[in-house]
Design a binder for this molecule. Structure first.
Ligand code: NAD
Length: 498
């Protein structure tokens, strides 16, 4: 890993215009990893101008789709070769276990391959326009788009946005999270190595409140695409509103895991653990509210608590570790405070609920995987996103109650329904005011499958054809195909406005 992560604008690495930088630390050990150039307003402006110049001269936008696709496929091959190196880097800077980072990164070439295929097969349309005209509707790229990403899946989320935006022919400015920008930075170099022309993908790391704000408010952007907290999403969407540009926002969540009484308890508990504690609970779709049919509640809770206590917390680089640290002190403080408040409000901590003791945890931001019971729907922990290894468990009585509890949230990102009854699974999922519903599974993602939340979880979606389309706009060509001469003011006959 280089000692300093620089900006990359118009094909060139550069420091911040004012020389500013900040440090990234290993959340498991506190060790200093590298410094990052903190992009200024001037840097953002330079990146947008570079992206605009690349867009205007058509070096990427006007390239035949098959050629663009070839380059994206080449990038997929390069990425597959670097998965181990990138997984290590991701684990070092965000603390997520190496076994999980490897599993995730191995799949990322699929995003480039999928959107390469979409670029080649995308078609316009030819709506009916009456006998004298032919209407051809083209899909054209937007221009320079701003991509703002979080730290919890640094490369996955960057990849989702980059592959759709590039396949559609746009120029990009990437503003990664200040907590984990190294691998997104490497991706930019990899894309140019694969053949994306300089100036098309620009990289401006920096702090959200300065670099992110400057990007969001830049008048030269044609779209903003953000993944982050709901409050960040509101600020960015408001700026997009002022610029009258579209916004895609993937925001917070508080996903319910709904367990009916016909399940195999061990299988459903394994599913709930997977939902709750992958990435140390730091995922937007974390199974934060485990809702269990009352007639199996006691048994389910007992097995869940036992298995939660058995999770191996520790060094993320050790392949035996199942749960790593939180990403930062702020994130651990927030997690601990949320559990303490739940205790004060009368909930019961059934497993975890502590900062672990021991030398191996002393310098990192660790918190034990935690299950909280006796939760009421007026407790803060019921509705607030913690973004840590904390889930609540509560009983329900029948389908109506399960649906009411699951929908009782400001968020509507994801849910899982666990049952062997297909009719019930379909019935319940149709009543959920939630964007992604897994049946007997959780967390699964595919480049072809839409990913987006309802309510306070966001606007629009990533993945799939809609994501590609959201990086284009329609241009309508209306061709006069009539041989009859036309003179609007030269006739006294009844006029026909078509
Ligand atoms: P965050 O909102 O703190 O930051 C996200 C990005 O926005 C970062 O790059 C940050 O620098 C930038 N930013 C912050 N303030 C900004 C501002 N005022 N203007 C412009 N940019 C700004 O989020 P985070 O802590 O990095 O990530 C965790 C959050 O992301 C959680 O709420 C989680 O649910 C959400 N998330 C959602 C999804 C999804 O698909 N819906 C996926 C992952 C994470």
């Amino acid at each position: 890993m280089a000692d300093q992560l620089l900006l990359h604008v118009d094909g060139k690495d550069q420091p911040a215009s004012d020389g500013g930088e900040f440090a990234v630390h290993n959340p498991a050990t506190g060790e200093h990893l590298y410094t990052v150039a903190n992009g200024t307003e001037e840097d953002v402006n330079g990146a947008v101008l570079a992206g605009r110049a690349a867009f205007d001269d058509g070096r990427w936008r006007a390239m035949p789709p098959r050629e663009r696709a070839r380059i994206l496929n080449r990038a997929a091959v390069l990425l597959a070769e670097r998965v181990d190196e990138y997984a290590r880097l991701e684990s070092l800077q965000i603390g997520r276990t190496l076994r999980e980072m490897r599993a995730q990164l191995k799949r990322l070439p699929e995003w480039l391959e999928y959107f390469a295929a979409v670029a080649q097969t995308a078609e316009g349309s030819c709506p009916e326009f009456g006998p004298e005209h032919l209407n051809v509707v083209r899909r054209v790229p937007l221009g320079v788009v701003g991509l703002i990403t979080p730290w919890n899946h640094p490369l996955l989320i960057t990849m989702k946005k980059v592959s759709a935006a590039l396949a559609a022919g746009n120029s990009l400015i990437i503003k990664p999270s200040e907590l984990g920008p190294a691998v997104p930075g490497q991706l930019v170099a990899l894309l140019e190595e694969a053949g994306v022309p300089p100036g098309v993908v620009n990289f401006v790391p920096g702090l959200g409140r300065s670099t992110g704000k400057a990007l969001t408010e830049h008048p030269g952007l044609a779209k903003l695409d953000v993944t982050g907290g709901t409050e960040t999403g509101r600020v960015i969407a408001a700026a997009a509103g002022r610029s009258l540009i579209p916004v895609t926002a993937e925001l917070g969540g508080k996903a319910p895991v709904i367990v009916f009484d016909d399940v195999d308890i061990d299988t459903a508990v394994a599913g709930a653990l997977f939902a709750a504690f992958i990435a140390t609970g730091q995922t937007c779709v974390q199974g934060a509210r485990i809702l269990v049919s009352r007639n199996i509640y006691d048994r389910f809770q007992e097995v869940l608590v036992t298995r939660t206590r058995q999770l191996r917390l520790g060094d993320p680089m050790d392949l035996q570790t199942q749960v790593g640290p939180l990403v930062s002190q702020a994130q651990r403080d927030k997690t601990a405070a949320a559990v303490d408040r739940a205790r004060e409000q009368g909930a019961t901590v059934l497993a975890g609920g502590r900062i672990p003791e021991g030398a191996q945890y002393a310098n990192g931001w660790f918190y034990e995987p935690t299950i909280v019971g006796d939760i009421r729907r007026d407790h803060d922990l019921w509705s607030e996103e913690v973004f840590g290894p904390v889930s609540v468990i509560a009983p329900f009585d029948g389908e109506d109650d399960a649906v009411m509890m699951a929908n009782d949230s400001p968020f509507g990102l994801a849910a899982s329904v666990w049952t062997q009854n297909v009719g019930r699974a379909v019935r319940v999922s149709r009543r959920l005011d939630i964007g992604i519903v897994w049946i007997n599974d959780h967390h699964r993602i595919d480049p072809a499958s839409p990913w987006g939340g309802f309510k306070d979880s966001g606007i629009g979606s990533e993945n799939g054809l809609e994501a590609f389309r959201s990086y284009t706009r329609q241009q309508s060509l209306i061709i006069n195909a009539s041989d009859t001469p036309f003179d609007w003011f030269g006739t006294d006959e009844d006029l026909r406005y078509s």
